[in-house]
Design a protein around this ligand. Structure first.
Ligand SMILES: Cc1ncc(COP(=O)(O)O)c(C=O)c1O
Length: 464
């Protein structure tokens, strides 16, 4: 080997990563580089760029998991090569998904938990699409049998997450969303029933409304629909969006009737990656009974000589999240979930009390009657030298990401800040946050912000 080549090899091995020739230039951003790079160097570049993302543990705007057991990291690594769709090749992962379905059906009080159907999804959004689609199919079959027109399906809901707007648009269903009025920020039975007719494919109450975190009254809505059926003969099913509440109420509020104990509830979705405590990328949809999932939506694949029903939008999908969900079920059981969720509620309520003490804010939600979270608006009679968008911006200088946003119709005038308390948001962390909030308030006392009349302001937070 020529001497200059030896020197190059030596340099490649010994050079500090930042003194390497690879890193002596700016990386291409929008065109693929022509040549290869040393993996150590490429890794460092990508790793360093990710530093500019927010710190997920301080993201108090998200409902999703940002802390998991070290064992979950290991299982995720072990499953990196497993595709959920390859049920023949990875029969045990398929079996684990199946067990999760039946455990959830049992947790949500399905009358036939051992035999009902359900599946994992990438999150609640896909699960909502599947639940809504099954209900549209059922309604269409009913209308066809009766010889009535099938071209104007609608669904009734309170203020829903954007996934239901997507469902309605993609599947051509009219969305009859009950607007907020005054202090009523969620669905009531009266408002829901008022919007129902022969074309209503379902009513969708949310257990943990995205904007306010409150539970919508599923049982009262179900009772009102019973009465509606007595009066009109129309039998309208319920799908519960339990994105967050589906993994909270069974543990912390077991007597709350919101699930398959109510015969009218035909399907439920929940996000495994929210209060299900699994890493990002898993949701669930479960049907009350196997009859509630129309047969012609099910595709059958041969698996271990048997017949495996599948029903999902995606084909290839990672298996790790589902395996991690199962690990959580085994590791925690009902007792472990209850302890974790209860401590999140306790912390949310503590935080609510502390923020109330600051004197400037009206508590909108104090962690009772919904999910472990809290929210506040500015008191109307105070002029603290900032609005909530300013506060959201300022607190970010310490890494905290707290959503500030205006409510949907008809309460766009109401601007709130909302904090989701979840696994890993400890009492101690919350105490540090309160100190930072106090520092922000003092800062604005000295440096008040003046707002021109019609400034455009809106929260930049996704409601995930
Ligand atoms: C009530 C509700 N439904 C559905 C979703 C969408 O869930 P995912 O992010 O799991 O798709 C969310 C997300 O925050 C939600 O709060």
């Amino acid at each position: 080997m020529a001497l200059h080549e030896k020197n190059k090899v030596r340099a490649d091995i010994l050079d500090d990563v930042y003194a390497s020739s690879d890193l002596s230039v700016v990386m291409p951003k929008y065109k693929m580089p022509k040549k290869e790079q040393n993996p150590r160097h490429a890794y460092q570049v990508v790793h360093d760029e990710l530093m500019l993302d927010g710190n997920a543990r301080q993201n108090l705007a998200t409902f999703c998991q940002t802390w998991v057991d070290p064992e979950i990291h290991r299982l995720m690594d072990e499953c990196i090569d497993k595709n959920m769709i390859d049920k023949d090749e990875y029969p045990q992962s398929a079996e684990i998904e199946n067990r999760c379905v039946h455990m959830l059906a049992d947790l949500w009080n399905s009358p036939d938990a051992a035999n009902t159907l359900g599946c994992s999804t990438t999150g609640s959004s896909e699960a909502a699409m599947l639940g809504g689609m099954a209900l549209k199919w059922r309604w269409r079959e009913k209308m066809k049998a009766a010889g009535t027109p099938m071209d104007k399906p609608n669904m009734v809901c309170g203020p829903v997450q954007v996934c239901w707007h997507k469902f309605a648009r993609y599947w051509d269903v009219e969305l009859r969303e009950i607007p907020m009025e005054g202090d009523r920020l969620i669905m009531t039975p009266e408002e829901a029933v008022k919007r129902c007719d022969e074309n209503t494919i379902c009513v969708v109450p949310t257990l943990g409304v995205t904007f306010t975190c409150q539970y919508e009254p599923v049982k009262a809505v179900s009772d009102a629909l019973d009465q509606f059926q007595n009066d009109t003969g129309l039998d309208i099913p319920i799908h519960v969006d339990g994105a967050s509440g589906g993994f909270l109420a069974p543990f912390v509020d077991p007597d709350l009737e919101w699930d398959f104990r109510l015969p009218r509830v035909k399907s439920i979705n929940a996000s495994g990656h929210k209060y299900g405590l699994a890493p990002l990328g898993v949701g669930w949809i479960i049907w009350r009974d196997k009859e509630d999932l129309p047969e012609d939506l099910i595709f059958r694949v041969n698996y271990l000589g048997g017949n495996m029903p599948t029903f999902a939008l995606n084909f290839s999908r990672p298996g790790g999240q589902i395996v991690a969900q199962y690990y959580n079920f085994l590791r925690l059981g009902r007792e472990g979930y209850r302890k974790i969720q209860q401590s999140s509620y306790d912390t949310a309520r503590y935080l609510s009390g502390e923020i109330d003490k600051l004197g400037l804010f009206k508590i909108i939600y104090n962690g009772r009657g919904g999910i472990p979270a809290m929210s506040w608006s500015l008191k109307e009679d105070v002029d603290p030298g900032f609005n909530l968008f300013d506060l959201s911006d300022r607190i970010r200088s310490r890494g905290w990401q707290i959503a500030a946003y205006s409510m949907p119709p008809n309460r766009q005038d109401l601007v709130i800040m909302r904090i989701l308390v979840r696994h890993g948001v400890s009492r101690d962390l919350v105490d540090l946050l309160i100190e930072d909030l106090k520092r922000c308030i003092t800062y604005f006392e000295k440096n008040p912000v003046t707002h021109k009349g019609n400034e455009e302001e809106s929260g930049s937070f996704n409601h995930t």
